[in-house]
Design a protein around this ligand. Structure first.
Ligand code: HEC
Length: 141
């Protein structure tokens, strides 16, 4: 919303300062800018929605039982996972799809616990859902 106000502010200034330009031209320019900002806001809202969906899924699909934001419970903490994936340029979605090896905790016993989830119910989640879960994990601060 702030951005829209900002653009409207610019619009007002343009209307006043561009005396030379035809009003129609200026109007068009402003309309284009307003459209651009509207699109930007939409994208931002979509990103936030995605994180909200990911957060919901993370709780509903019991990921949260084994993955706390900060502390290791049964699985590594969300922050630890995100840190290792960032450092090693890994892709959380690829791992969740079962298409990549574990890189955070390679202990066979631990991997087996997580693998049981992947084979059990994670495989039924859609790519969009997995992307939302990954977006949520990365958003945990
Ligand atoms: C029963 C406990 C348990 C549940 C439930 C669980 N995990 Fe895990 N998870 C683990 C354990 C243990 C590991 C450590 C082994 C490993 O890294 O693969 C792990 C590791 C991971 C990793 C890091 C994999 C890597 O590269 O090492 C990700 C990402 C992950 N879990 C995501 C999830 C998501 C998303 C869910 C919910 C859909 C979930 N987990 C549910 C126990 C669990």
């Amino acid at each position: 919303m702030k951005k829209s106000l900002f653009v409207l502010g610019i619009a007002a200034v343009l209307f006043v300062s561009c005396g030379e330009k035809k009003k129609e031209e200026v109007k068009k320019e402003v309309e284009t800018k307003v459209e651009t900002v509207k699109e930007e806001v939409k994208t931002e809202v979509a990103a936030v929605d995605n994180i909200e969906l990911g957060k919901k899924l993370f709780a509903e699909k019991t990921c949260a039982t084994c993955h706390q934001p900060d502390a290791k419970v049964i699985g590594p903490s969300i922050k630890e996972i995100v840190k290792v994936y960032a450092e090693q340029k890994g892709n959380i979605v690829t791992f969740l799809k079962g298409e990549a090896e574990a890189i955070v905790d390679k202990d066979p016993g631990q991997v087996a616990i997580m693998k049981a989830n992947l084979d059990g119910f994670v495989k039924d989640m859609s790519g969009d859902e997995l992307a939302a879960v990954a977006a949520y994990m990365r958003s945990v601060k």
